[in-house]
Design a protein around this ligand. Structure first.
Ligand code: HEM
Ligand code: HEM
Length: 210
């Protein structure tokens, strides 16, 4: 292995790992917290949001466990995008389609996350006296009805990207080796993706209805 291909190998592994920990782990926590708005009501959502914001070293955690890993994964993802090509026009198998969608949903995820984090996490810190977001604030954000289809599409992109990414991860890291286990895990990851998408959609419904 040349030094360059060795470096490329470790960057690919780092990119892959970041997609699961910490980004994927945060993504799962995020759907659980938000879906409380639907399943348990506004008070429980506010209590949990407050609890999370009062965690020790929360700003440090937000930057080093969420912000920087997402940024790093995105930059490495864009480099992979740029340096490899999609062979869908040569082979139209399911795996080629999934790889094609993995690449494009990465771009969708990037656009969604930039707009979303600006609106939900950054913009209000400049001009309001709020300490943290609450149910009322999030509902008011969704007053802009154009944002709703944008959220449905964005969440669909990230949910697919995570579920298919999880399946790729299990194969890349040698966890799913046999043909049979890869087939079964594809179905399981598909279910995970659908459940996460539905969780976000329930939360969206709760905020919009309010
Ligand atoms: C911020 C924008 C993002 C971009 C630009 C991006 C880009 C990419 C790309 C291009 C790939 C495919 C790499 C390849 O062909 O081997 C990928 C894989 C992956 N992404 Fe992302 N991604 C983003 C966000 C996310 C998010 C939010 C998550 C988790 C919720 C995530 C989880 C994963 C996982 C688990 C993989 C599979 C890694 C593997 O093959 O082992 N990504 N990403
Ligand atoms: C219906 C869908 C969603 C809703 C209602 C929602 C809601 C929120 C809220 C209320 C916050 C602010 C949290 C706080 O400051 O305490 C937030 C932050 C954030 N969201 Fe979402 N979210 C949704 C989907 C997503 C998706 C699909 C992703 C992709 C990974 C995502 C990534 C983030 C990130 C990275 C932050 C900043 C985290 C932080 O710094 O604490 N969100 N979201």
């Amino acid at each position: 292995m040349t030094a360059e291909s060795c470096r490329a190998f470790y960057f690919r592994r780092l990119h892959s790992l970041l997609g699961i920990v910490p980004i994927g782990a945060f993504f799962c926590e995020h759907v659980l917290t938000n879906s409380l708005a639907f399943f348990e009501g506004p008070e429980k959502f506010d209590k949990t949001a407050l609890f999370l914001q009062e965690l020790p070293f929360i700003r440090f955690l937000e930057i080093f466990l969420i912000g920087i890993p997402i940024l790093l994964h995105a930059v490495l993802g864009l480099m992979v995008w740029w340096n490899s090509r999609c062979n869908l026009h040569e082979y139209g198998y399911l795996r080629n389609w999934l790889h094609f969608l993995q690449r494009w949903t990465g771009i969708g995820a990037l656009v969604f996350i930039l707009v979303h984090v600006w609106g939900m996490r950054i913009s209000w810190t400049f001009h309001s006296g709020m300490e943290h977001v609450d149910f009322a604030y999030v509902s008011q954000v969704f007053n802009r009805s154009l944002l709703i289809p944008f959220y449905v599409a964005g969440v669909a992109c990230v949910s697919f990207h995570f579920a298919n990414g999880l399946w790729n991860f299990l194969i890349t890291w040698g966890i799913a080796v046999s043909e049979r286990s890869q087939r079964d895990l594809l179905a399981l990851c598909g279910i995970v993706g659908i459940v996460i998408f539905c969780g976000f959609m329930f939360s969206l419904a709760a905020f919009v209805a309010a």
